[in-house]
Design a protein around this ligand. Structure first.
Ligand SMILES: NC(=O)c1ccc[n+]([C@@H]2O[C@H](COP(=O)([O-])OP(=O)(O)OC[C@H]3O[C@@H](n4cnc5c(N)ncnc54)[C@H](OP(=O)(O)O)[C@@H]3O)[C@@H](O)[C@H]2O)c1
Length: 291
């Protein structure tokens, strides 16, 4: 079937790569796929994808190449032996990594004659192609502009800058917020216990977290993101709550490590400020936990 949609190659067909390839097939893009374990391409080929026998063939097949593998060791291992195939390609690397790894790969790919876009996928595979999914991009603005419509097939594209490391930086920052929130939520349900965890999560925890997310909004007091306004909720009051969480977790047999480490910086902040009898309390609990 003839189409004016650009051909796309997907290299890496793990959970995420499969979702990306499926989205392109569904949107009618001629789609070439390659995966180290070739059998993972079978279902996609049955749906109309073209199987590339080698990475070199995969790079040759499309001007737009999306790479989504486990880590940068895999990225390097796949690209380095095929450097001569990169000329004229737009390489979109959606592999999770650090800003420096993205910059290094971007410089290297550009030196081979490719245009480079680094990306951070802010979605799980089942969200790909839905309006909730977004992908952060950084690197070549011209490549982004040229392929924006094709990138929209995967998720809402958000170009964050021409420094190739910026997508990874923003991705890791967002994941930091996510891991902290999810770890805190797991601690909360552990305290509540397995029988009530599901009901507690739906009726109390999610609405509470949504309400608390408003604390992150910039305010006239220009507090740091995540700070609870001290004029409304003084730090020494919060320190008591935190110390109570640590003690209650201990009594309930729930590991306190996740939250206990916050006591030390809180103690330091209190000590640096007005000074308070609570400093001693927090200090004592902190010392006991560390011993
Ligand atoms: N899954 C998610 O929820 C999610 C969300 C956002 C971002 N991401 C990112 O997407 C990327 C892929 O994640 P995934 O969920 O698809 O992981 P995955 O299911 O574990 O798949 C890993 C992929 O990397 C390939 N691979 C690993 N080592 C390789 C090597 N040395 N040489 C060639 N290929 C290699 C695997 O090939 P084989 O099949 O041969 O093992 C497979 O295609 C990661 O960077 C991840 O952080 C994932």
């Amino acid at each position: 079937m003839m189409t004016d949609k650009p051909s796309v190659t997907i290299i890496g067909l793990g959970s995420m790569g499969q979702a990306l390839a499926n989205a392109y097939l569904e949107a009618g893009h001629p789609t070439t796929v390659w995966n180290r374990t070739a059998a993972k391409a079978d279902a996609l080929v049955a749906r109309g994808a073209t199987r590339a026998a080698t990475v070199s063939d995969a790079l040759w097949a499309s001007d737009l190449v999306v790479l989504c593998v486990l880590d940068y060791a895999a990225v390097d291992g796949l690209l380095a032996p095929n450097a001569d195939m990169l000329r004229g390609r737009v390489l979109v690397n959606l592999t999770n990594g650090q800003p420096e790894q993205a910059r290094r790969t971007g410089e290297w790919a550009t030196a081979q004659g490719a245009e480079y876009l680094d990306g951070g996928i802010m979605a799980i595979p089942s969200m790909i192609g839905t309006p909730e999914a977004f992908i952060l991009y950084s690197g070549s603005q011209t490549a982004f502009d040229r392929y924006q419509a094709a990138l929209e097939v995967l998720a809402v594209p958000n170009f964050v800058g021409t420094d190739a490391g910026l997508a990874a930086l923003n991705d890791l920052a967002l994941l930091s917020g996510m891991y902290g929130t999810i770890a805190g939520a797991r601690h909360a349900t552990a305290l509540i216990g397995p029988e009530r965890a599901a009901e507690f999560t739906t009726s109390l925890l999610i609405p509470w977290l949504q309400a608390m997310a408003n604390v992150l909004a910039p305010s006239s007091t220009e507090r740091e993101a995540g700070d609870i306004p001290s004029e409304e909720s003084p730090l020494d009051m919060q320190a008591i709550a935190l110390a109570n969480i640590v003690e209650a977790s201990r009594s309930e047999g729930v590991g306190e490590d996740l939250l206990a480490h916050l006591l030390t910086p809180m103690r330091d902040i209190i000590a640096a400020g007005e000074g308070d009898v609570l400093t001693d309390l927090v200090d004592a609990i902190g010392k006991e936990i560390r011993s």
